[in-house]
Design a binder for this molecule. Structure first.
Ligand code: DX5
Ligand code: ZN
Length: 216
């Protein structure tokens, strides 16, 4: 079963509650937290996540593109996120952090930038509920999908199978009606889409159209 997570980065930040309701049928709301250090962009933090959580029944999938996630990630669980993704490039102690996120009651997820290989982290997979393979350089919505990430998605899916694990494999960046089938075929099962959903005239219809393509 494919999960479709609209990225609120492409929504109207002045109307976040309405924008959350505009994607009825989405599995999770993907919330991009950026700190102007790990990536050259600044978005939102704990108070906005907390407010958004009160405004919607759809669970929040928080993607932290921040330095020092060891220090900050647990606060996003307290703020109500159902899933918290940290970047392995920024984490000092990814195993400890994943365990802390799980112990606080959220799904623990780890992200890889395009140039970060999966192989050194094979032994960490059992500590995770989801692995995010970035298919653009993190920082901005609306970028072109990086085809060269497809082999990494394939290799990650093979590792998950080899270890008999059930963690989810998420892709984020440039996912659209043109690219989602290739991602699904390579083994992804959770799809983040920002501009492809919020740039559409009917965001809820875009979510179901993407789901249909991913499950083909
Ligand atoms: C980019 C963010 C993405 C972004 C994706 O760094 O992590 O979640 O919103 O946007 P699209 O789907 O437009 O590439
Ligand atoms: Zn994201």
């Amino acid at each position: 079963m494919a999960q479709i997570n609209p990225s609120m980065l492409s929504a109207d930040f002045a109307r976040l509650a309405d924008e959350a309701k505009a994607v009825q049928g989405a599995d999770w709301l993907h919330v991009d937290v950026m700190d102007n250090h790990f990536v050259p962009n600044l978005t939102l933090g704990v108070p906005v996540v907390e407010a958004l959580g009160r405004a919607t029944d759809t669970p929040l999938d928080c993607h932290l593109m921040i330095e020092d996630p060891d220090r900050w990630a647990p606060a996003y669980v307290d703020a109500g996120a159902g899933s918290v993704t940290f970047h392995v490039e920024a984490a000092a102690a990814p195993v400890r952090l994943a365990r802390e996120i799980r112990a606080k009651g959220a799904r623990a997820s780890m992200a890889l930038r395009p140039a970060t290989p999966i192989e050194p982290y094979e032994d960490l997979l059992p500590e995770l509920d989801m692995l995010l393979v970035m298919t653009v350089e993190p920082g901005f919505g609306g970028q072109a999908f990086l085809d060269v990430m497809l082999p990494k998605i394939r290799r990650t899916r093979r590792l998950i199978e080899r270890h008999g694990l059930s963690l989810w494999l998420q892709v984020d960046g440039g996912v659209s009606a043109e690219t989602i089938e290739r991602c699904a075929e390579a083994g992804a099962d959770v799809f983040v889409a920002g501009s492809a959903v919020y740039g559409a005239e009917d965001p809820a219809a875009a979510v179901s159209a993407l789901r249909e393509l991913a499950e083909r």
